[in-house]
Write a protein that binds this ligand. Structure first.
Ligand code: XBP
Ligand code: MG
Length: 224
């Protein structure tokens, strides 16, 4: 019997990367008068670097800025990007992946506690969870409290510590290679629901890999 389910946010609970974060990063570049722009494919490659500020810093270095300039620019742009992301969320631009609400309803009906472990920033994670899901999640650990981002298990370790749930009966739900590695390193069984950006990721550490939350295999997996 399941003791708890811990969900990733970006790419798992919500389709947030292509039309959410990517759009917010580009708006921040434009506002700052920078020539940088991330198209869909470029952003897909950059997603291998977790954490928006680290992603920015790595990009600025790749495009010829000095390490110091890259870090400073990344910090400034990331703060602005976070504010823009909050606006996108408020405008309803970030939505649950198809089938997610139904899975959450079923888990709730079964009395299974639900938590969140994400690498994103608390300043947008909280309003997003409130707006799209309401008060479903008991413990929410973000990249703001846990600076060791995925694939480090730190966010999952912290959820497990705070929730006090038994590791062997807790399941993580993820979408990406970095996410699956983080959850496996924390000792959890993982269900992975691929998306457009993680279709070719190596998700071999997961107990079950599906193409989305409407896959009948996922539905029966959680019913067992
Ligand atoms: C998500 C991330 C985050 C988001 C952007 O990875 O890496 O950095 O892309 O959010 P995961 P921030 O789904 O594995 O948690 O800009 O707030 O970092
Ligand atoms: Mg993810």
């Amino acid at each position: 019997r399941l003791a708890a389910v811990v969900f990733d946010v970006d790419g798992t609970l919500v389709d947030s990367e292509r039309d959410g974060h990517r759009v917010a990063f580009n708006a921040a570049f434009e506002e700052a008068g920078l020539p940088d722009h991330w198209d869909i494919a470029t952003y897909g490659r950059l997603l291998r670097i977790t954490g928006g500020a680290r992603r920015l810093a790595s990009w600025f270095e790749q495009t010829g800025r000095s390490p110091d300039d890259a870090r400073q620019l990344a910090e400034r742009l990331h703060a602005r990007k976070t504010a823009i992301m909050r606006d996108l969320i408020e405008d309803g631009k970030v939505q649950a992946r198809p089938g997610v609400h139904r899975l959450l309803d079923e888990l709730e009906a079964g009395g299974v506690p639900m938590h969140v472990a994400t690498t994103g920033t608390r300043a947008w994670v909280e309003p997003l969870l409130d707006r799209v899901f309401g008060p479903r999640f008991q413990i929410v650990v973000t990249g703001t409290e846990v600076p060791d981002l995925k694939p480090s298990p730190a966010a999952y370790d912290e959820v497990l510590r705070l929730a006090g749930c038994p590791i062997d009966r807790t399941v993580a739900v993820e979408d990406s290679r970095n996410g699956v590695r983080a959850a496996v390193a924390a000792g959890l069984r993982v269900v992975a629901a691929r998306n457009e950006y993680t279709r070719d990721d190596d998700l071999s550490g997961a107990a079950l890999v599906v193409d989305g939350f409407e896959d009948p295999e996922l539905v029966t997996w959680f019913q067992q």
